[in-house]
Design a protein around this ligand. Structure first.
Ligand SMILES: [Zn+2]
Length: 118
C-alpha cells in the first residue's frame, strides 16, 4: 500500500475489497476508499530540427545539465504541459511533439511521461 494514512483525517488506512477494483486502501473513520495519488510529470527531449542537437538546461542554480521537465497540472493534458513547460523553461515554442515512453518513479509516486522527437 503506497499511502498509509487518510489524506483527509490522518487515520491509518486499512485494506478493503472493492468490487471490480480489488484491494483498495480504505479509511474506516471517513468510510471512504482512498485510491493512491500519483503525480504526473513530463520530461522532454527538445531537439533542434536543423542542427539535430538536444537542448539541456540548468535549473535552480544547480551545475548539472538536465532535460526540460515539469509537473502536469491537475486537469491539464500532457501535451499541453509539454508546450507550457518548454515555453516557461526556455522561451521556445514547440512545433512538433511525439510521445516517447512512460516511467514510474518510486517512492515519489511520479509517473514520468517523456516526450521527444528523435
Ligand atoms: Zn479519513
Amino acid at each position: 500500500m503506497i499511502q498509509k494514512h487518510c489524506f483527509e483525517c490522518g487515520t491509518a488506512l486499512i485494506e478493503k475489497e472493492l468490487e471490480e477494483e480489488g484491494i483498495v486502501p480504505y479509511c474506516p473513520k471517513c468510510q471512504q476508499y482512498r485510491f493512491p495519488m500519483y503525480n504526473v510529470a513530463v520530461s522532454m527531449i527538445v531537439v533542434d530540427e536543423e542542427t539535430r542537437k538536444i537542448l539541456l538546461i540548468q535549473q535552480y542554480g544547480k551545475p548539472s545539465y538536465i532535460l526540460v521537465a515539469g509537473y502536469v497540472n491537475r486537469g491539464e493534458a500532457e501535451e499541453h504541459a509539454v508546450v507550457r513547460e518548454v515555453r516557461e523553461e526556455t522561451g521556445l515554442e514547440v512545433e512538433h511533439l511525439r510521445f516517447n515512453r512512460t516511467k514510474f518513479f518510486e517512492p515519489s509516486n511520479t509517473l514520468m511521461q517523456p516526450f521527444g522527437r528523435l
